[in-house]
Design a protein around this ligand. Sequence first.
Ligand code: IPM
Ligand code: SF4
Length: 469
Amino acid sequence: MSAPKTLYDKIWDAHVVSEDDDGTCLLYIDRHLVHEVTSPQAFEGLRMAGRKVHAPDKTIAVPDHNVPTTEGRETHIENEESRIQVEALDRNAREFGVHYYPVTDIRQGIVHIVGPEQGWTLPGMTVVCGDSHTATHGAFGALAHGIGTSEVEHVLATQTLIQKKSKNMKVEITGRLRPGVTAKDITLAVIGKTGTAGGTGYVIEYCGEAIRSLSMEGRMTVCNMAIEGGARAGLIAPDETTFEYVKGRPHAPKAAQWEAAVNWWKTLFTDEGAHFDKIVTLRGEDIEPVVTWGTSPEDVLPITATVPAPEDFHGGKVEAARRSLEYMDLKPGTRLTDIRIDAVFIGSCTNGRIEDLRAAAEILRGRKVAEGVRAMIVPGSGLVRMQAEEEGLAQIFIDAGCEWRLAGCSMCLAMNPDQLAPGERCASTSNRNFEGRQGRNGRTHLVSPAMAAAAAVTGHLTDVRELVA
Ligand SMILES: CC(C)[C@H](C(=O)O)[C@@H](O)C(=O)O
Ligand code: SF4
């Protein structure tokens, strides 16, 4: 019998085209997702070399980072740099004949939401994109990770990628989550424990009862932030929840092909006794609704805690904490729930799916956004937006006084008109709280959609459990 394998080992082995003596491999790539920021030079490279896209049918392009989230964007993008990138993608996608969802298409949205929604992302695949949050697709049991622009060109030209294998890491979340605790709290709590470098050199497989109980939306939220924990990719073994989500999607296999696919997908799990180089375990019951206080995703605490002091840390982290607190304008000892906010952003590839909007609507139903707070709700795709309108969620948001936007990366990063003003503080469902991430000198507190909605209602960071009685 062959040695027991991890899920990662199995997907890796199924895609190796060739291997060098030093372990460098050529991997076959099943899906290549493309957005406007990291692809212009790659397409230009092909053009200059007179090459075609090797597998246009496995290449999917969509503009997301630079697109405004207001009406009229099909005809006008004010910022020149943004306009040039979106226009370049439009030209390249059409000229090279890849699948394309322009802003005029209801299916347009954030690349990591569109891929799964359209059934491009399937278990056991290799998925790449010139974007670090490609890790999201690992929720399907697909080996998915970000690549650089020169690699984008390599994949466009050859449908392969040169890679060295990472080590195996297991993150197990046992038991059940308590009320008010979500996938976002899991993924932030893990980074709080391991640090942003804890996953460096590894591919993480998330497992355990609490992970199994998550919907596909929740699993995508967890895997989305694997990269914030330093990992190359995050993975969750596919199961009935996965098959159920995939079945019937436009590009999912059909009929006899579906049966064959599911039979293979059912073999995609870590064998008993397979070796992990690192194991981290958290009890689901111990995880609380969390919030970040600093400028790194590892600066995370339960909402019931107080702002830490630099002296609470060790080594280089003391100075980092001092700088974080200064940037965030926070005083040690302040209760996190006493921190007032100016803005709320609900969206992004971390939390811009229908389940996230439902969780936010649950809190906002019949309530009003606090005075002086700007709350922006940005669905992750045009289809999520449509579904939210059909379910009455959009009306709940509008009645509460939120802005109801068109799909895109929006205020997750300051690459389009949705930005914080200097000094503004935001409760955000995105994945990065770096300095200036949501606008120059803006301050970001990462939270779950329910926690963001709770903050919108009260005007300060809030324990969502107090609003669900
Ligand atoms: C612009 C893009 C390359 C970047 C990434 O790789 O992640 C962005 O999506 C982000 O979230 O910071
Ligand atoms: S939503 Fe944010 S994290 Fe996701 S791809 Fe866009 S900018 Fe990156």
